[in-house]
Design a protein around this ligand. Structure first.
Ligand code: GDP
Ligand code: IMO
Ligand code: MG
Length: 428
């Protein structure tokens, strides 16, 4: 099973970083195919804790070749900061490959991200402020700057000039900000060119060759299904395809090469930023999940909104992504709850809906219909086999599996690298 896609099934922060790390001693390449440094993956290895944003989590395992493919938007200052920080901690970062077709995030993208959010007022998305949306907007508008442009100064200056022409008008006249000069942008980008050059390659060709040679490639999604620009809760989404289809367009590996799609899903639900969230809790149970699950953002430090597990969302994610296996994370966080509610369907203005409503307005009005499952009190963080979980925990997992559209192949029982119960092999 050489090509595996791993994606988030909810609104992000499901534990994709840890799941990637779990598989990484059996993979040869790990590819980040979407998003940028809006992602935040925490991986705990022994007493060491790593927070990754732009680099794929598999970089932490010796021998794995990390790849940033064409679908990513790259803030080069962040890339080098992250590489230097890992290098200083003894992680081998020398094999990183970067696609010549990936787009860059520059000063004006970050500025525009922040001013547009401020301008939106109450309609804010709550972005990470990293310039992600404006960089993807430029890509779609065909005024983006690509990694390969950094190696031809003439072309680069022309492209930056073209990109700034309209933006400076908008920044100055609408947002009352100072205009940005071509030189400040071009000079900053050029300052990275020499260091970047040896990493740049045709990553699509590299990955296809690797697959031809029988290597195992893991495509690690940033963000998640419900934040996908096409399939998520638009406009409260990120600006890339975080679903499994994005792995193909975002890497230049064809869809028929993917053997497996792993959906990472929490045993409850969280969301950062604005937008609809039917099972969100505003009572002490919300606080319980925030505290016990340590639900604070890895990237912006914001408190994550918390709620119960939402089975229609799990089914939706299963369908949209073609999930073959779920990794259910953070089951340990639910320990000690006497009766655990699970959303099985929605009530939308008096009508029962078993699947995600097609209209955003209906989704905003969706009131969860809950079924309750008996909880457990035993500490499960040391459990390593399914049979050793308390009966109620097993029943909870089996109930979720029946509702969620795909089998649950692994279960997270703690943040540590080995705190996992594997039911079905995820790679073989
Ligand atoms: P990602 O963005 O999907 O990689 O997820 P994040 O790293 O942003 O957030 C997940 C958090 O949950 C991290 O702090 C992980 O260390 C932690 N985590 C992952 N799996 C488990 C688990 O099974 N139990 C507990 N308690 N924590 C977990
Ligand atoms: P990982 O990979 C959770 C959210 C932001 C905001 C919206 C748009 O760690 O799961 P953006 O800056 O992307 O334009 O913000 O998307 N968001 C995330 N939420 N986890 C993430 O990544 C996220 N990346 C973006 O909070 O609501
Ligand atoms: Mg995260």
């Amino acid at each position: 099973m050489p090509a595996i896609v791993l994606i988030g099934a909810q609104w992000g922060d499901e534990g994709k970083g840890k799941a990637t790390d779990l598989l990484s001693d059996r993979i040869d390449y790990v590819v980040k195919f979407n998003g940028g440094n809006n992602a935040g993956h925490t991986v705990v290895i022994g007493s060491e804790k790593y927070a990754l944003h732009l680099l794929p989590s598999g970089i932490l395992t010796d021998g794995v070749i990390p790849v940033i493919s064409n679908g990513v938007v790259i803030d080069l200052a962040v890339l080098f900061e992250e590489l230097d920080a890992l290098d200083a901690r003894g992680v081998d970062v020398s094999r990183l490959l970067v696609s010549a077709n990936a787009h860059v995030i520059t000063t004006y993208h970050r500025t525009i991200d922040k001013v547009t959010e401020r301008f939106l007022g109450k309609r804010q998305i709550g972005t990470t402020g990293r310039g992600i949306g404006p960089a993807y907007a430029d890509k779609i508008n065909r005024v983006g700057i690509r990694i390969q442009d950094l190696f031809d100064e003439n072309i680069l200056r022309q492209k930056v000039e073209g990109a700034l022409e309209q933006k400076n008008q908008i920044l100055a006249k609408i947002y009352n900000r100072r205009a940005i000069t071509v030189d400040e942008v071009a000079d900053e980008l050029l300052s990275f060119a020499d260091r970047l050059k040896p990493m740049v390659s045709d990553t699509s060709l590299e990955l296809n060759n690797a697959l031809d040679a029988g290597k195992t490639v893991l495509f690690e999604g940033g963000q998640a299904t419900m934040l996908d620009v096409d399939h998520g809760t638009y406009p409260f989404v990120t600006s890339s395809n975080a679903t499994s289809g994005g792995a193909a367009t975002g890497s230049g590996v064809a869809p028929n090469r993917f053997d497996r799609v792993i959906g990472v899903i929490k045993a409850y639900t969280t969301r950062v930023g604005a937008g609809p969230f039917p099972t969100e809790l505003f009572d002490e149970w919300g606080e319980f999940l925030t505290e016990k699950g340590a639900e604070f953002g890895t990237t912006t430090g914001r408190v994550r909104r918390c709620g119960w597990y939402d089975a229609p969302i799990a089914r939706y994610a299963s369908r949209i992504n073609g999930v073959t296996d779920f990794v259910l994370t953070k089951l340990d966080v639910l320990t000690g709850i006497e009766s655990i509610p699970v959303c099985v369907a929605y009530d939308v203005d008096g009508t029962r809906m078993d699947e995600m409503p097609v209209s955003q307005t209906d989704f905003h009005h969706a009131v969860p219909i809950y079924e309750n499952f008996p909880g457990w009190t035993e500490d499960i963080t040391g459990v390593r086999t399914f049979g050793d979980l308390p009966k109620n925990a097993r029943d909870y997992v089996i109930a979720l599996e029946e509702m969620s559209g795909s089998r649950i192949s692994a279960i997270g029982v703690g943040p540590a690298r080995d705190a996992i119960v594997v039911r079905h092999d995820l790679v073989g």
